[in-house]
Design a protein around this ligand. Structure first.
Ligand code: ATP
Ligand code: MG
Length: 560
């Protein structure tokens, strides 16, 4: 990970760890883990958790495990495991040799369950899901004991081993913890530990027809790995006593400490895996790495940097209350990082032809242009110039508004890094009235400075030389949803119809022809762009817009 000089963050989780280290709880050890379920690609919310867990391990000289929480075969796959690993590495974190799978603990978990039955602390239950709901009681009513609760230990052991052996239909029995049907915390009312489910598992195949529930598996997996601080999101707060209960019964001693923090939500997007899966499978986006997706793979393809995502995670910190973070904050972290590192270049997205009538035909010259205006150490490149150029269509107005600083009748403008030019006349398509080309005069005295006679030229526009420019495709990505909080079930109704605009006839300056796949640039006056990892080829570049130069959405929001 890149070193920074910023002080380590402080938050209530780090306060707890500091206090533990002071009192000697966990013998001063700090062992965290990131436990994704491999049933989807990880997204910006997971990235926050990755930064938190791995960041804490780095800060305290501890360890952070990567554990695939793969106890529910449905939807889990190797593709997701691989994507998770590559995304975490890309974010800049390393689990070294500590990659674990909850499915590797299936046998150990079965033995733990067996022991609880032997100790009279678990039983096989034959209530249907509906009955179970009825027996559970409510916030105001205690639950009712299942008939299975009074089964003998021998019978429970026999039934449980036959559940494993596949003698019963899916759902015919469950294994439940015998805790307290009258507990005020409904989670503690004899929760299910195992269910029968005939579904092949991507790692264990058909070996198992019973699978442990998350609540049973999770805490014990943490304990088996010697985790000290088990950081999770708020929805597990009520499950903490259960987490503790299982560990106390089975692995007494120094127990992992569950700490909950608020889930990250980001405006103009959705982070629920179910919804992200729906966007992909129903084709609303082009796969998990679509640059509009809030997935790490999508953000990477879009051109976001790992540093920007880590800075964002640090900036939002961790909280105890759910909130919606402005997407503009993430974008501004991206902009701040790229402003430092991205090389500048010129590209014209909607070209308008300009002929410099006084510039000799067949002549060309090269300008030495700095790659970064404030960083000479980033070097320079040669940018060719000739008689025919392209400028941005919107940089010319036939009838300009007041104070217009770009090109217009009677006006002069500076071509960035090159000469001052004056507009003379234009050629229109006689039928449509469309402007086909501009004819201008170039002032040869202005190559290295302002006009000698003191004329003021305010505007600066970008350009490319037609003869030397590289044709490019540019994909203008925007926010996936048109409203800040697309949280309702009707979220698909709020997809932003303009979230992708493909521009085919763009021209990029010569040097961009060789833009490496994944390289990031500032196109002067336009925004930050990334050569697409998959589709960009030498001589045929394809660029994704990462972010515009300025936050245009905040203006829109302010106007509303
Ligand atoms: P689902 O969306 O189905 O609830 P999940 O997002 O919880 O699933 P997991 O793979 O279980 O997916 O998550 C792995 C870890 O990432 C968990 O420890 C969880 O706390 C954390 N995590 C998931 N979503 C967020 C989020 N939005 N903000 C912060 N942490 C998150
Ligand atoms: Mg989860």
């Amino acid at each position: 990970m890149t070193e920074t000089n910023t002080p380590p963050p402080t938050d209530f989780i780090r306060d707890i760890i500091d206090e533990d280290n002071r009192t000697g709880r966990h013998d001063g050890r700090v062992a965290t883990r990131f436990p994704p379920e491999p049933n989807g690609y990880i997204h910006i919310g997971h990235a926050k958790s990755v930064c938190l867990n791995f960041g804490i391990a780095v800060q305290y000289g501890g360890t952070c495990n990567l554990r695939m929480d793969d106890t529910d075969p449905e939807g889990e796959s190797l593709e997701f495991v691989e994507s998770i690993m590559s995304d975490i590495r890309w974010l800049g974190f390393d689990w070294e040799d500590r990659l674990f799978y909850a499915s590797d603990y299936f046998e150990a978990l079965y033995d733990f369950a067996w022991r609880l039955i032997e100790d009279g602390k678990a039983y096989v239950c034959n209530l249907t899901p509906d009955e179970m709901r009825e027996y559970r009681g409510s916030f105001t009513e205690p639950g009712t004991e299942s008939p299975g609760r009074s089964r003998s230990i021998e019978e429970n052991l026999d039934l449980f081993s036959r559940m494993r052996a596949g003698e019963f239909a899916d759902g015919a029995y469950t294994l439940r913890a015998k805790i307290d049907m009258a507990s005020p915390n409904i989670v503690m009312r004899d929760p299910i530990m195992y269910r029968i489910k005939r579904a092949p598992h991507y790692r264990t195949g058909d070996e198992w027809v019973i699978y442990p529930m998350y609540d049973f598996a999770h805490g014990l997996s943490d304990a088996l790995e010697g985790i000290t601080h088990s950081i999770c999101t708020l929805e597990f707060e009520n499950n903490r006593p259960l987490y503790d209960w299982f560990v106390e019964q089975l692995i007494p001693g120094d127990r992992p400490q569950q700490i909950e923090f608020a889930r990250l939500n980001v405006s103009y997007t959705v982070l629920s895996k179910r919804r992200l899966i729906e966007l992909v499978t129903r084709g609303f986006v082009n796969g998990w790495d679509d640059p509009r997706m809030p997935t790490v793979a999508g953000m990477r393809r879009r051109g976001y940097t790992p540093a920007a995502i880590r800075n964002f995670a640090a900036a939002i910190g961790v909280a105890k209350n759910d909130n919606l973070v402005d997407a503009g904050l993430l974008e501004s972290c991206v902009r701040d990082d790229l402003n430092e590192t991205a090389h500048r270049a010129m590209a014209v997205l909607r070209p308008l032809k300009v002929v410099l009538d006084n510039y000799p035909e067949g002549r060309s010259e090269e300008f030495d242009c700095a790659n970064h205006p404030q960083k000479p150490e980033l070097g320079s490149r040669r940018v060719p110039f000739s008689r025919i150029l392209y400028i941005e269509r919107e940089d010319f107005e036939e009838i300009p508004p007041k104070k217009y600083k770009r090109l217009a009748p009677g006006k002069e403008v500076r071509l960035r890094n090159a000469y001052v030019i004056r507009f003379d006349r234009l050629v229109k398509d006689e039928k449509t009235g469309e402007i086909l080309e501009l004819h201008c005069t170039c002032d040869p005295e202005t190559r290295n400075g302002p006009p000698a006679d003191g004329r003021k030229v305010d505007g600066v526009i970008h350009w490319v030389s037609a003869e030397h420019a590289v044709p490019a495709e540019v994909r203008l990505y925007d926010r996936l949803f048109g409203i800040p909080d697309p949280a309702g079930e009707d979220y698909l109704d709020h997809l932003n119809p303009d979230s992708l605009q493909v521009l085919k006839g763009c021209f990029a300056e010569r040097s961009l022809g060789e833009a490496a796949a994944g390289s990031r640039w500032q196109f002067e006056r336009i925004g930050y762009f990334c050569a697409d990892e998959k589709d960009s080829l030498p001589g045929k570049p394809v660029f994704n817009r990462i972010v515009p130069l300025r936050d245009t959405w905040s203006k829109i929001a302010a106007r509303k």
